[in-house]
Each structure stands twice: as C-alpha cells, then as structure tokens.
Write a protein of this length. Sequence first.
Length: 431
Amino acid sequence: MLAAMPTPALRSSPQATAVSRDRGDACPGTLRLHAADDGALARVRIPGGVVTVRQAAALADAAKRLGDGDLHLTSRGNVQLRGLHDGCGGELAGLLDAAGLLPSRGHERVRNIVASPLSGLDGRGVLDVRRWLTALDAALCASEAAQDLSGRFLFALDDGRGDVAGLDADVTVRATADGGAHLALGAAGGALRVPVEEAARAALLAAETFLETARASGAKVWRVDELALPYGELLEAVGRRLTAGGIRHEPRSRETGRTDGPPPGVVGDALSVHVPLGRLSARQWRELTRVAAGELRLTPWRGVVLPTRGGHADESLAHLARLAATGLVTDPHSPWLRVGACVGRPGCATSRADVRTDAAGTLGAVGPHGLPLYWSGCERRCGHPRGDRVDVVAAAEGGYRLSTAVVGQEPRTTTMNDPARLAAALAEITS
C-alpha cells in the first residue's frame, strides 16, 4: 500500500523558499574539525577535484597516521578524513599545508569549486576550464569579503558539456560555443554572457554580490537559493556589479545541465573509475596514484578520473584491470553506479542503521534500469545526489521507508522491513 510521505517540494525558482539560519555555519574543514561518533572529521577542499600525486600521498599519509586509514570522497569532489585522533588538528594542518593543500587559512572552508572532470581530456568540451579553476581559486583566496561565504557555498566551472552545470551550484560558469561564458546563479533563472577571459573574476564578483545583498536585507542565509528576493533581482544586482568592474555582459537564457558524471572505463586520454560509496582504502588510493600521469581528478559523483600519457589501448586496459582488482568500479554497467549512501552507523550518531552494509548487501537487487537509490540513516539525507532518485531512509520504528524524488511528480512511498525485500519494494514503489 502506497502512502503519502512529507517530502520537501522541488522549487521552481531560486527565490521560491526563504530560509533563515539561526546559527553560524558549522560546516567542517581542515582547521575546524567535526566531532563524529567514529572520531574527529576533517573536510579537505580540493578545488576542481584536482590533486597532484604528491598531494595525494600527503592525504594518504594523514589518513594513515591520524585517522582510519581511508579517504572518503564527497559529492563535491572533496576529501574527508575520518576517525581522527583527539588533538591532531595542528599536525594535520601542518601536513596539508606542506603539500600545498592549505593555501589560505582564512579561506580553507570556502574553496568549494567543482569543474568538468574530463575537461581537456576527451575533446568534448568547448574549452579546458583549468585556467578558470586556477584563476578563481587564486581570486577567492585573495578576497577578504569571500571569507564570509558559507562552507556550503558552491562554484561550478563547466566546459560546455553541461555536467557540473546540473549540480545547482550557487555560481555556475559555463563555456559556450560562441567563445563566451554564461554566468548563472542558483538552481534556476537566466544567465549573463560574459567574456571568457573574465569568467573567473565575474564568478567571484557574483559571490561577493550575494554576500552584500544578503547583508543588506538582514537575511541569515548560506546559499543563493535561500535568499528571498523577487525573481531575477539578484542577477540584476550582479549585472550592476559587473558593469562597475568593467566586465561586459548581456542577458541570456539558461541552458539545462545534466546530473551524471564520466562513465567508468577508457575515456579519451584518461581512465575513469567509480568508488563504491565514496570510500577509498589505502591500497586503492595507492594504485590510483601509480596509474595517474601527474594528477588525479576527483569527481562530484564519487569517481576518479586519471589523465594518462596517451599510451596504447592494451596498456590502458591493463591499468583498468589492476584498479578493478582493488574493488574499484571499471564496468559502466555496474549497479554500484546507481547506489549511494551516507556514512550511517557507526560513524554518525543520528543514523538509525548501518546503511552502507545494507546497501552493499542488497546490491544484487538493483536492476540495470530505473531510478538510482540513495540510502540514508535519517531524514537529513546527507550527501544525497541531485536528480531523480529513490530515497531509502532508515525509519524511527525500524526498517526503511522508500520514497521517490522525481521532478514534476508527487512522491510515492512504501516501507521495507527486511532489506532482502528490496527488489519487491522497488517494484512496488515504481509500478
């Protein structure tokens, strides 16, 4: 029997729902650790997901010496270190600073930048967004005002293929075929065309305008979509700021984005793998760094892209086989691509279940088609993906509640008291 379940409605515009935060942003970082049930947690910002092999080694060393030994990927291409020992904050900061992962202590939590992970590697993007990434990160760290951004504020740099443009970032810059760039805010609305060489500066000015607008209105908000303004007003304010900064701009309609990342396998001059539930063991991380040609690119879909040296196909296939032997996903048809989960028990005090064990144990019930699944230990659904899905949420009374989250459709729900009945429950909820 399907029953109605209260699920937050999907908004049609970025200003449709006003939010007021009655406390400061407690989002963890490298210098501000979060106390979890399995020890302290650090979130290391990796702009664009790009980490050199040397930096990757430093992260692995920090995880081994101070934490649980694993590296945990987030939905923004960042890295979390879990199970950290008490009092290790100073040593951790020193390790990361020496590796170049802490360029500004005042900005370490606001360096949230996702970028098209295959940019410059497969010939599909309009341009390589690396120059934007470097320029935006430098400008962000040089901006005193930007220190007031929330640790949840997100920039997205899209090379024109539309992958990270679908992540509803607070500020999105997307390359266009006519040689320009479109600047957009939040989840909906229009865009401003800006010169490609000014894209990074325009993105920072847009973020600073958001801060000024929120401060002037007295709103305590962390993200663009939480700001209660008439439709288009914030974009107009950004346009005025761009004019004052000498950046030409014109209004444009906004192109839709996707919500999927690179498929596993050989993709252009790169290898792509998926990390089940985002957790990388020391062995897996070591194999990734051995294969990578200088750097790794962590994706917002809990995957890793490894630029290669353009070797022979047989060599690439041999590398994939080595990575698959460690448990990484190299098959584009793997059910793991459609299954995600929060950390659950025992790492999270609010979780009602060991959702990762249940998700792994029911993988065989996940068919090749249909909606992806996201397992959550409570109604907060931490880390849930964008796009249509089935939320599998641990219930207070035991078992799980399954609820569809599909744009334009009312949610459908059912219950599942035994994970062995997952296939039947999915058939019921999607029939």
